[in-house]
Design a binder for this molecule. Structure first.
Ligand SMILES: [Mn+2]
Length: 461
C-alpha cells in the first residue's frame, strides 16, 4: 500500500474500466462473475448480477473460497472456446496477481478484477496483459479495511455503468457493515461517501442508539447477552437472571427492544453497566425482522458462507429469515459469547513483551478458535499492543494449531509489520505451515517448535 492517497488517479482508472465495460457490453455473449465466500463478497455478487440483468446480458456466477490455487479452480470454469465474446468479473476475491496473470495472459476473454485486498505480485501495472482490467484502491493509498469495502468498490463500478443500480445500494450497506466491524458513524473515505449517497437516496435508514451488534434485533436483555461488538464483560454470555436483575435495577423493561430504548434509558444502562456504546447503525426497510438490521444480516451471511453457501446466496434475496438460518445464527452467537466469556475470565495466559499466548485444552472447541481470537482482538479484551497466539493441540495431526491476531494499534506501534510477516519469520526459523494478512493468520507447528516459539517470539516480531 502506498502511503499517499491518490484519489484522482484511482477514480480515473475506475472510469476507464466503466467505459470499457459499457462500450464492449453489446459484444459479450456471456459474463461470468466470481466472488468471495463472505458477506462482502456475496453482496458484490448480487450487485453485479443486478447490473448484468439490467443490461440484458447472459450471466453465470461462481463462489471462490481461496482454499485451492487459482489454476485448479479456474480449470473447471474457463470455457474451452476461449473467445473474446466473454468477460469475467472478479469481485472481492483477493489480488493474487502472481497466480492470476500467467493464466489470464493465455486467454482471449476480458478479465475485470475489482478488489480491495493488498496486491500479491511484483509486476507493475504497465506489464499487465491487455485483457486484464485491474481496479484496486490499495494501489492508490487507500486501505481495504477502513476506507473501501469490496461491495463499496463494486457498487461504484456498477452505478457508474447504470445509475439505476442505486436502488440496489442496500447491498453495498451489507458489505460495508460486514467488513468494517464498526458503527456507521466511524466510516471513512469511500465507505462513508457511499453510505451518505445511499442515505440521501433513501435506500436504507440510518439510526442512532445503543450499539449491541449481534443482538440489535432483539430485547435489551438478549442484546446485552449476545452482543459481540462490543462484547460487554459482565453481560456477554451471562445468565438471564443476572442481566434481568441489572435492568430492573436501572428501571428498564428487559423485554423492551434495543431499538426502542429512550435516550434516558440508554444513559442509565451505560452509566450503571460501566460501558459506552452509542452510535449509528443501518436498517434495511426492504427486509423484515432480523434481516432488516444491516450488521446482523451481514453476520448471518458470514456464518452461512461457512455452513451452507447456497443458503447464503439465497438469503440475500429473501425478505424474511428462514427458520434454518435463524437456528444457525443463534447457535453461532451463543457459542461465541460464551467463548469470549471463558477467554476473558478463565483462560491462563503466557505474556512476553510483544505477545500473548493462550493455550486451550478443551475449554473452547477447535472449530471456534479462529472466531474467538478475532472477536477478542476486535473488542480489545486483551492488551491491544501485543500479538495474540491462541490455539492448542490438534489431535488428528498431533501439531499445535494457532490463530494469530493483532490490532491496528499494534500495527501502528510496530511500523505496520503485521501477522503475515511474523508468520513468515516463524516459518523461516521453526518450520510449520500457514499464512495470513496483516491483522489475522494462522500457523501449524510441531510441539517442540511451539515451545521454542514461546521463548523466542519477541525476536520474530
Ligand atoms: Mn471484502
Amino acid at each position: 500500500m502506498n502511503n499517499k492517497q491518490d484519489r484522482y488517479t484511482f477514480l480515473n482508472e475506475l472510469d476507464n474500466a466503466v467505459n470499457l465495460f459499457s462500450d464492449l457490453s453489446d459484444s459479450f455473449n456471456k459474463v461470468i462473475s466470481i466472488s468471495h465466500n463472505d458477506a462482502d463478497g456475496i453482496s458484490c455478487l448480487q450487485i453485479i448480477q443486478n447490473l448484468l440483468y439490467r443490461m440484458n446480458l447472459d450471466y453465470d456466477y461462481f463462489i471462490y473460497n481461496r482454499s485451492v490455487s487459482w489454476r485448479n479452480y479456474l480449470e473447471g470454469i474457463l470455457s474451452r472456446s476461449n473467445n473474446d465474446k466473454m468477460a469475467y468479473i472478479f469481485t472481492d476475491v483477493g489480488s493474487n496477481l502472481s497466480e492470476l496473470i500467467p493464466i489470464i495472459e493465455q486467454r482471449n476473454e476480458l478479465f475485470f478484477i475489482l478488489d480491495h485486498h493488498e496486491v500479491e505480485s511484483n509486476k507493475n501495472k504497465d506489464s499487465h496483459p491487455e485483457n486484464l482490467i485491474f481496479i484496486n484502491p490499495t494501489l492508490y493509498g487507500f486501505d481495504g479495511l477502513d476506507h473501501i469495502a469490496g461491495a463499496t468498490l463494486t457498487y461504484m463500478f456498477a452505478r457508474n455503468i447504470n445509475p439505476q443500480i442505486m436502488k440496489h445500494g442496500w447491498l453495498a450497506i451489507i458489505g460495508i457493515a460486514g467488513d468494517s466491524l464498526k458503527s456507521m458513524d466511524q466510516l471513512q473515505s469511500f465507505n462513508q461517501e457511499v453510505y451518505q449517497e445511499l442515505l440521501n437516496e433513501e435506500v436504507f435508514e440510518d439510526k442512532e442508539g445503543l450499539i449491541l451488534f449481534g443482538g440489535m434485533n432483539d430485547s435489551i436483555l438478549n442484546g446485552l447477552k449476545y452482543s459481540i461488538l462490543p462484547y460487554i464483560p459482565g453481560f456477554g454470555g451471562e445468565s438471564t437472571t443476572k442481566i434481568e436483575t441489572f435492568l430492573e435495577s436501572v428501571n428498564v423493561d428487559p423485554k423492551k427492544n434495543v431499538k426502542d430504548l429512550t435516550s434516558a434509558e440508554i444513559e442509565r444502562i451505560q452509566e450503571h453497566g460501566g460501558f459506552n456504546s452509542y452510535g449509528n447503525y443501518a436498517m434495511l426497510p426492504q427486509k423484515k425482522g432480523m434481516l432488516s438490521f444491516a450488521f446482523e444480516h451481514a453476520l448471518l451471511l458470514n456464518i452461512l458462507c461457512f455452513k451452507n453457501i447456497s443458503a447464503a446466496v439465497s438469503i440475500i434475496q429473501l425478505q424474511n429469515i428462514t427458520r434454518y438460518a435463524k437456528k444457525i445464527y443463534w447457535e453461532y452467537i451463543s457459542n461465541l459469547v460464551s467463548n469470549l466469556k471463558v477467554l476473558s475470565n478463565q483462560l491462563s495466559r503466557y505474556e512476553t513483551e510483544n505477545a500473548i499466548f493462550i493455550k486451550i485444552k478443551n475449554e473452547i472447541p477447535p472449530s471456534n478458535w479462529s472466531d474467538t481470537a478475532s472477536f477478542s482482538t476486535v473488542n480489545e479484551l486483551l492488551d491491544p499492543y501485543k500479538v495474540l497466539f491462541l490455539g492448542g493441540l490438534e489431535q488428528k495431526s498431533h501439531t499445535i494449531k494457532l490463530s494469530i491476531r493483532c490490532t491496528r494499534k499494534f500495527l501502528k506501534k510496530n511500523n505496520y509489520v503485521g501477522v503475515n510477516k511474523i508468520i513468515h519469520n516463524i516459518k523461516e526459523e521453526l518450520g510449520g505451515t500457514g499464512g495470513g494478512h496483516k491483522l489475522a493468520g494462522g500457523i501449524r507447528l510441531s510441539i517442540p517448535s511451539y515451545k521454542r516459539l514461546k521463548k523466542k517470539i519477541d525476536q520474530y516480531i
